[in-house]
Design a protein around this ligand. Structure first.
Ligand code: NAP
Length: 341
């Protein structure tokens, strides 16, 4: 099969389209013929091998352990392992290709990928393969950090900082689906998109600082983390909750060795004395639960993924450059179609 292969950490220029062996589904795995895969900032982290600590966390010490990047895809089931009962050949499916955390290559930038059955769901008919491929890990990150959705009361006020990005746009739609009053913060050109995704209020970060609006929120879901927690606290109700996703801006944060990990550890320590911060007991969603919830939200039209652009597998370097250098509105998709031609 044709696949993108990376033999050393570096830049998108180190990615090459090659012929490699087609994977074989293990007992609990499903072999999927990929129709679409998506790029997100964590794929860049493993391509670049930064922060360096990810090399000790399973990505591969001196080179990527799995040479084929990509963690999110949608496609058609080709074959199933003997322990698989929920899927059969011909089913349209979508899901995430890695069982563990996101800082590892998952083999999705290929014509075929083998995926654990728990990480897959049937693709709803009302979304395209491109849309379905754009959702799995961003949706998982959003759900995991929204936590305890069943406890949500309609009308609770949520602020999504970075609401126009891959994770933020899904977090915005998920909180709206659960009845929240949502305020989304992003740049000027994304405000129309945020309104169309359901934001009740929008804030242009180039003109206004949300921490100084005099409005308090029950939840601040902070993707870029561009304000210190002490400033965000001004905009939280006394029982409100602050969650940081964090964004290293493709290396611009300058934290080459540990990335944002020290910052997260500081917040975790502070959570012992500040109840607005998430402590170790925060309810966590499993990937199996998340993909089922995401399927339901897609099928009922409660989340509508936005696609910025689609590139062929052979154009993967250009796709990465577009994500890193340009202002994107929605997700960037990779499709193996060109490799078939
Ligand atoms: N997407 C995934 O599937 C995924 C999966 C796992 C983990 N993550 C992690 O989650 C983080 C976010 O990923 P993402 O895909 O959501 O990134 P993204 O698409 O780049 O979204 C970040 C958003 O924040 C906006 N932003 C930048 N500076 C801002 C500011 N000062 N105030 C408010 N908004 C600002 C950006 O707008 P501009 O265009 O103006 O910069 C962009 O819309 C990353 O660290 C990533 O590693 C993502």
């Amino acid at each position: 099969m044709r696949a993108i292969v990376q033999e050393r950490y570096g830049s998108p220029d180190d990615l090459e389209l090659r012929d490699v062996a087609k994977p074989v589904a293990g007992d609990d795995e499903v072999l999927v013929r990929v129709r679409a895969a998506s790029i997100h900032p964590d794929v860049w982290h493993v391509v670049s091998g930064r922060p360096y600590v990810l090399r000790l966390m399973g990505a591969g010490f001196s080179q990527p352990r799995n040479p084929i990047p990509g963690t999110d895809m949608a496609g058609i089931v080709e074959s199933v392992g003997k322990g698989v009962t929920r899927f059969r050949p011909g089913n349209p499916v979508f899901g995430e290709t890695i069982v563990s955390h996101q800082w590892i290559h998952g083999g999705a930038f290929a014509e075929y990928v083998s995926v654990h059955q728990d990480l897959l769901a049937l693709k709803p008919d009302n979304v395209t393969f491109e849309q379905a491929a754009s959702v799995p890990t961003s949706g998982f990150i959003a759900l995991q950090n929204l936590g305890g959705l069943r406890q949500w009361r309609p009308g609770q006020r949520v602020l999504i900082n970075g609401g126009g990005g891959g994770v933020g746009a899904l977090a915005l739609q998920i909180t709206k689906a659960y009845g929240a009053h949502a305020t989304a913060v992003d740049s000027t050109s994304k405000l129309g998109m945020l309104r169309s995704l359901g934001a009740d209020e929008v804030v242009d970060y180039t003109r206004e600082d949300f921490t100084r609006r005099g409005v308090r929120y029950d939840l601040i879901f902070d993707v870029p983390g561009n304000h210190p927690f002490s400033a965000c606290r001004r905009a939280l109700t006394p029982d409100g909750r602050y969650v940081l996703i964090g964004h290293e801006r493709f290396g611009a944060s300058g934290q080459r060795v540990f990335g944002l990990i020290p910052h997260f550890l500081t917040l975790l320590l502070l959570s012992r004395v500040v109840k607005q911060l998430r402590g170790p007991g925060f309810p966590m969603t499993t990937k199996k639960e998340a993909i089922a919830v995401l399927r339901e939200l897609l099928a009922t039209g409660k989340i509508t993924p936005v696609i910025d652009s689609t590139y062929h597998l052979s154009e993967v370097r250009e796709a990465f450059r577009h994500m890193i250098e340009d202002e994107i509105h929605g997700k960037v998709i990779i499709t193996p179609a060109a490799a078939e031609a």
